[in-house]
Ligand binder design. Structure first.
Ligand code: C2O
Ligand code: CU
Ligand code: CU
Length: 456
């Protein structure tokens, strides 16, 4: 019999052989068996990492790694995370893409008080949707995400996915110099444009890694863009590869095609037929290599293209009865003027309003108030020369159409709104709370491109 390590541990624990010391929690295939209060103890703390060979980068880590520890949970089950802040600054955790109660959404002064240095906060919520999600702070974001506080949250399909093999690939491009020292996470001139980009690409914290995969097998690749700025133009030349899910939500599988633009915060689940042992593929951002995927001979057999993943239980918006609202995303004013007036946060606006991250009262003035249970169509109009990955907390929305590309409607939590594009999204406002609605280019979000949407 092939016991998993978890079964072994659980067995030993029930015999009292494995003792977990007082408060001692181990992350073990995600699930310690005998901890009553939580499934994970997730600690945020400083950690030196080696991004540039031979040099240290003073990162901030979740669970002793940057990007953070992969958290896993089964669809429909409760995830309980005791978050411990061992940083020198206050922080929170937001669970990107998870439809959860507002108290667990991790937005400071909106859904909770900041978690102060030395304190902890117990997050506990059910994960209703399977797929690839992630977590990150929602305060001092350019600094905290820039230093590495980003991590994957994988929600496994309740009934299994049909995939035998899978890998999680966290994409992040670090703002470091040749000696591994951090460079500015946010530069005003860049914030006024596409956002401040890093220089060193990485997958799971390694620049240009070589990733071995079982030759001939079909492998699920969960690609998560945990970067603050970069839209990766993903391509895999010569590969047999299909898209199975976008931003957590299943689609009818289709070929990856030439390139997929994965904006900050977005995820894509691919199925890849790994080439024969000894052959390699190059995972690229446009023309730039991000990783080498290498076929390695393996024992495993028989994994083939699975059927489409089961749809998540998201309410279908009724377009006939939906109310329509329009949101204009605009570039606010002359940069120099703003900086002189000390109002650098006002570079971007939604419907003429700029969010001020210094002002705790902003959430008291929602840009829209929706009626609980009602159906809505949002028209998103990008009046700028830059693209914006537009993200909504608390609810998944369906992308209906765009004036720039043909869209097969799909559910998501983040839509990459192209330059001067107008797109329509729809959803049922079925989650009460005050939900953030913002661009996920962190520089944009911190200089105005954020709003609160109330559902009451
Ligand atoms: Cu990743 Cu406010 O979100
Ligand atoms: Cu979010
Ligand atoms: Cu933006």
């Amino acid at each position: 019999m092939n016991l998993t390590r978890r079964q072994v541990l659980a067995g030993l624990a029930s015999l009292g052989v494995v003792g977990l010391g007082a408060g001692g929690v181990r992350y073990w295939l995600g699930r310690p068996e005998n901890v009553a209060s939580h499934d994970y103890e997730l600690i945020a703390a400083p950690l030196d990492v080696e991004l540039v060979p031979g040099h240290k980068t003073p990162a901030w880590a979740y669970g002793g790694q940057a990007p953070g520890l992969e958290l896993r949970c089964k669809q429909g089950e409760r995830l309980r995370v005791r978050f411990v802040n061992r940083l020198s600054v206050p922080t929170t955790i937001h669970w990107h893409g998870i439809r959860l109660p507002i108290e667990m959404d991790g937005v400071p002064y909106v859904s909770q008080a900041p978690v102060l240095p030395g304190e902890f906060f117990d997050y506990s919520f059910i994960c209703p949707d399977a797929g690839s999600y992630w977590y990150h702070p929602h305060m001092a974001s350019s600094d905290q995400l820039g230093r590495g506080l980003v991590g994957p949250l994988i929600v496994e399909e309740a009934e299994g996915s049909g995939f035998v093999h899978e890998r999680t690939l966290c994409l992040k491009t670090w703002s470091v110099d040749g000696q591994g020292a951090f460079t500015a996470f946010s530069v005003p001139r860049e914030a006024a444009r596409g956002g401040t980009p890093g220089r060193l690409s990485s997958i799971n914290g390694q620049h240009n890694p070589r990733i071995s995969l079982p030759a001939g097998q079909v492998v699920r690749l969960r690609l998560l863009n945990l970067d603050s700025t970069i839209t990766y133009r993903l391509n895999l030349p010569g590969a047999e590869v299909r898209i199975y899910a976008l931003d957590g939500n299943p689609i009818t599988p289709r070929p990856l095609g030439k390139e997929y633009w994965l904006g900050p915060g977005m995820r894509i689940d691919l199925a890849l037929r790994v080439p024969a042992a000894g052959s390699e593929l190059s995972l690229r951002n446009g023309p730039l290599r991000l990783a080498t995927l290498a076929g390695e001979s393996s024992e495993s057999t028989g994994s083939d293209w699975p059927a489409a993943l089961p749809a998540n239980p998201i309410a279908e918006p009724d377009l006939g009865r939906a109310q329509r609202l329009r949101f204009n995303f605009e570039w606010a004013a002359m940069l120099s003027e703003n900086i002189e007036q000390g109002a650098a946060y006002k570079l971007w606006q939604i419907n003429g309003q700029a969010w001020d991250i210094q002002n705790k009262g902003c959430a008291d003035r929602p840009i829209a108030t929706l009626k609980l249970g009602e159906h809505y169509i949002f028209e998103l109009r990008n009046l700028t020369q830059y693209q914006h990955p537009i993200h909504l907390h608390g609810m998944a929305f369906k992308v209906l159409d765009s004036d720039r590309r043909s869209i097969e409607p799909y559910f998501t939590d983040t839509y990459l709104l192209g330059k001067n594009e107008t797109a329509r999204i729809a959803f049922v406002a079925d989650n009460p709370g005050v939900w953030m609605f913002h661009c996920h280019v962190i520089d944009h979000m911190e200089t105005g491109l954020m709003a609160a949407i109330a559902v009451v």
